[in-house]
Design a protein around this ligand. Structure first.
Ligand code: PGA
Length: 247
C-alpha cells in the first residue's frame, strides 16, 4: 500500500494555522482552475475561513462541496451542515448558496452516488479541507469505516454525538444518522489539507501520521494521498515532537 508522507506545517496556534491554510487553499485554487473547494464544518476550520476572506482579493467563484450532513434534520435547520457552510464559508467568501452542495440522500446509496456524480460533472474537488475527530474519524467516517468507502448513510457514535451536542444543546437532539463522503471519496480530491489544533487532537493526529494505515484510524488514510498537507499547532503536535516538520 502506498504510504506518502504528508507535508507537515507546524504553527503556534489556530490563528496562525488559519492564515497558512488560507494561503494553501488560494494557491491550490489558482493552480486548479476548474475544481471545487472542499469544505469541512466543525470548529477547526473557522480561522481558515476568516483568513480566506481577508486574503482573497475577490469573491471565490467555486462550488463549495461539503464532507457530510446530518440526516433527519429539516432542510434549513440552523445546525444542518448546509446552513453552517452557508454562514461560515459562503457568506464570508462570496459564494452564492446554490453553489453549496453536501451529501444528502435516503437510506439507499443512490443519493450518495448522485452526489458523487454531481461533484465529478462539476470538475471534481481541487482541494479538500479536513478536520480530525478525537477518535481519528474524518468527516463522519468513524473507526471501522472501509478505506474504500463511498458517500453513504452512517450511524453516529455516542462519542461524536456528544462532541457535537454543543451545537444542539443536548445530546438527545443530535441526529443519530448522517450522510458522509466515504474515505475513498475524500481520497479522490486532487489535494487534501488536514487541520488540527489543540491537545485533544494530539493522540488522534499521532496515530493518523505514524500508526498503521487502516480503518481503525480513518484519518490515517490521508497517507494514501500523494498531495496532502497537514497544518497543526504545537498542542496538537505534542505527541509528535520527535517528527521534523517539513515546511
Ligand atoms: P472539530 O471537529 O473541528 O469541531 O474539532 C472535527 C471533526 O470531528 O472532524
Amino acid at each position: 500500500m502506498a504510504d506518502f508522507t504528508p507535508r507537515l506545517v507546524a504553527v503556534d496556534d489556530a490563528i496562525a494555522g488559519g492564515r497558512v491554510a488560507a494561503r494553501i487553499l488560494l494557491e491550490a485554487l489558482a493552480e486548479d482552475t476548474a475544481g471545487a473547494l472542499g469544505v469541512a464544518t466543525g470548529s477547526t476550520p473557522l480561522t481558515t475561513w476568516e483568513a480566506l476572506a481577508e486574503q482573497s482579493p475577490r469573491p471565490i467563484d467555486r462550488l463549495l462541496v461539503g464532507l457530510d450532513e446530518y440526516a433527519d434534520l429539516p432542510r434549513g435547520h440552523p445546525q444542518s451542515f448546509r446552513r453552517v457552510i452557508e454562514r461560515q464559508v459562503a457568506d464570508r467568501i462570496g459564494v452564492p448558496y446554490e453553489r453549496v452542495i453536501v451529501p444528502e440522500g435516503d437510506d439507499s446509496d443512490a443519493g450518495g452516488r448522485e452526489f458523487e456524480r454531481l461533484v465529478e460533472r462539476s470538475g471534481g474537488v481541487a482541494i479538500q479541507v479536513l478536520g480530525i475527530g478525537r477518535n481519528g474519524h474524518v468527516a463522519f467516517n468513524e473507526p471501522g469505516s472501509s478505506l474504500q468507502s463511498r458517500t453513504r448513510t452512517v450511524r453516529l457514535t455516542d462519542e461524536t454525538r456528544s462532541d457535537n451536542a454543543r451545537d444542539f444543546g443536548s445530546i438527545d437532539d443530535v441526529p443519530q444518522r448522517a450522510f458522509t463522503q466515504g474515505i475513498g471519496t475524500i481520497l479522490s480530491a486532487r489535494r487534501l489539507l488536514l487541520l488540527a489544533w489543540g491537545e485533544s487532537k494530539s493522540t488522534a493526529l499521532r496515530s493518523a501520521l505514524t500508526g498503521p494505515i487502516g480503518s481503525r484510524v480513518p484519518a490515517s488514510a490521508i497517507r494514501l494521498h500523494p498531495r496532502c498537507t497537514v497544518v497543526a499547532d504545537r498542542d496538537a503536535l505534542e505527541e509528535l515532537r520527535h517528527v521534523e516538520p517539513r515546511a
